[in-house]
Write a protein that binds this ligand. Structure first.
Ligand code: HMG
Ligand code: MG
Length: 313
């Protein structure tokens, strides 16, 4: 349990007053679990996240069930949570995925591109440009139906097969996603190799290419313990949407070196300390992640979950 007044809220100059957390635990987190979590447990997870004050909760993916078996129950799960008063984006790689999402009245979808050829092949069985061509009709059709469309871009900082990824290579694909009609981007550090200077350089290059920080979210994985430092750099640059995963669940089934996402609790702790509003009830969120860790049979990797769960005993 949190102690009243901790962390002490001490604002720092040049940061936003409010941050929107895009919660990805139920999708990015659970897609990477060895075992498949029962549909009702997933639904309960989403309900508890909503109850903890998260307002954007990525629910599932309408991808090929053979590629991501953990999310093969998307048709069963989505209706169980659809009535919650929160935004429930879902991933759709192609028109087939979009049609599945539309048949369940999803209102927010995300396509997911790659900045590198190797990951595009591994994740989507396409080259980078073939994947963009696959997304084009998806975005057009989604926009025509007034859906909000997020464009993820993976491997923005480094790639397990190709190493460092040049900034202009990332900017090119970002530009293509924006030109296609994506409403917002999410810059993925899929294997967690970004450092703050690199984050700032990419955001500056995007701004120069006409893509302002306001249109960009950041999606950090915490493999090398840099996710919060990277988030801070992004906030200083004007970003106000941050992806995070309750309890630090996550990774990526097609990038084995990826470990957990930035834990939502760690993010909320830092933002509280900076006096930045998120609308999240940290105690409820920690309780949710502790409950989920029990379901998964292993402790949460989040430092904040561990510290605050410990205090409860
Ligand atoms: P493919 O094998 O090239 O598919 O996979 P295809 O277009 O050749 O179609 C083959 C068969 O799949 C067809 O069936 C299609 O109907 C069916 P058949 O005619 O042979 O019976 N099919 C589908 N079935 C259900 N739903 C669909 C669908 N599409 C085709 N949507 C494909 C291409 C894109 C489908 C595949 O590669 C795929 O599903 N990939 C998804 C991988 C994935 O979800 N990865 C994790 C998410 S990305 C991520 O985690 C990164 C992120 O977190 C950010 C970061 O950290 O960087 C977002
Ligand atoms: Mg991810």
């Amino acid at each position: 349990m949190t102690v009243e007044g901790l962390p002490m809220a001490v604002p720092a100059a040049g940061l936003p007053a409010r941050v929107r957390i895009h919660e990805v635990g139920a999708r990015d987190g659970l897609q990477n679990e060895k075992s498949t979590v029962p549909t009702e447990v997933k639904a309960e997870f989403v309900r508890r996240l909503a109850d903890a004050g998260l307002t954007t909760i990525e629910a599932t993916s309408f991808v090929h069930p053979k590629w991501v078996p953990q999310l093969a129950d998307a048709e069963q799960l989505f209706p169980l949570v659809a009535g919650l008063p929160v935004d429930l984006p879902v991933l759709v790689p192609n028109e087939r995925g979009l049609d599945r999402a539309l048949s369940l009245h999803a209102t927010r979808v995300a396509v997911f591109a790659s900045a590198t050829e190797s990951f595009a092949k591994a994740n989507l069985n396409r080259t980078v440009d073939e994947a963009l061509a696959m997304f084009e009709p998806v975005v057009t059709k989604a926009q025509a139906q007034d859906l909000h469309v997020r464009g993820y871009l993976s491997m923005c900082f480094g790639d397990p097969w190709e190493g460092a990824v040049p900034v202009p290579q990332v900017v090119r694909v970002c530009r293509a996603l924006v030109d296609m009609g994506c409403d917002e981007l999410s810059l993925g550090d899929t294997i967690g190799v970004a450092t703050p200077g690199h984050v700032t350089a990419l955001l500056a290059a995007l701004e120069e290419a006409g893509i302002p920080a306001a249109a960009v979210g950041v999606h950090f994985h915490d493999t090398y313990g840099q996710a919060l430092a990277n988030t801070y750099a992004a906030l200083q640059h004007g970003v106000t949407t941050v992806d995070a995963s309750a309890g630090g669940l996550g990774g990526c089934p097609y990038a084995k070196s990826a470990t957990g996402n930035l834990a939502t609790e760690d993010l909320v702790w830092m933002l509280r300390g900076l006096g930045i509003d998120t609308g999240v009830d940290l105690d409820r969120l920690v309780a949710t992640s502790a409950w989920m860790a029990e379901q998964l049979g292993r402790p949460s990797p989040s430092r904040t979950v561990r510290a605050l769960s410990h205090k409860e005993q």
